[in-house]
Write a protein that binds this ligand. Sequence first.
Ligand code: ZN
Length: 252
Amino acid sequence: MIKKVEGLIIDDRNYSESSKILFVITKEYGLISIMAKGVRKIKSKLRGVTGKLTYGYFHVYYKENKLSTLIDVDIINSLKLIKTDLLKISYTSYLCELVGQVIKQVSLDKDKKEIFDVFIGTLLKINEGFDPMVLTNILELKLLDYLGVKPMIDSCVKCGDTKAIITISPEKGGFLCHKCHNEEYIVKDKTIQMIRMFYYVDITKITKLDIDSILKNEINKIIEHYYEIHTGLYLKSKDFLHKINVDKCSVV
Ligand SMILES: [Zn+2]
């Protein structure tokens, strides 16, 4: 059956002499594999539109739960700014790997579509020049819901109080109030507000992301720690991100 699907290539693998298998996150079907025949040939007209991070409409012979076959691609956005910046590429590679893992764990079409939308929304904002670390953190927070380990960020995890929140504890799974706080590290007030904002914000509506680097790094550490404790995911692209000097990523 010939279908037109909206998708983004998160990974690819060479196949035989001149072909490739593309791993594409799609709005309609979640993660699918597409055989792209002959696209590594110099003369192939699809050569330039079958690389990682290609975002477009894929015309395919679609086979459910099997390898589909590529017919053509119409580019929606070339994501040029991302592709010419090492830092942006690094964050984006990590997000591709992360979203690929998360989408495999959800079964509802509705969830897959939501993940696709929030993922593409994030990449488009990175491509517009917004801070890739902050956007990565926003997407990471939103994805926790689909992994079934959403942090408690509306009230204290222990007593449910909404007022005297003084910190967030990855170990305890969310906010802690003044009474329930024990020996946990106390974060900045702003960090608590920001984490809620990150979780609830509509990414497509972001027009400004002015967050100072101390705050940014604190939030990033909390989310990273939360992922280590609660998700069981190991992503090799994250190691590379660690090696990059995060101070270089500034708001444009
Ligand atoms: Zn409490």
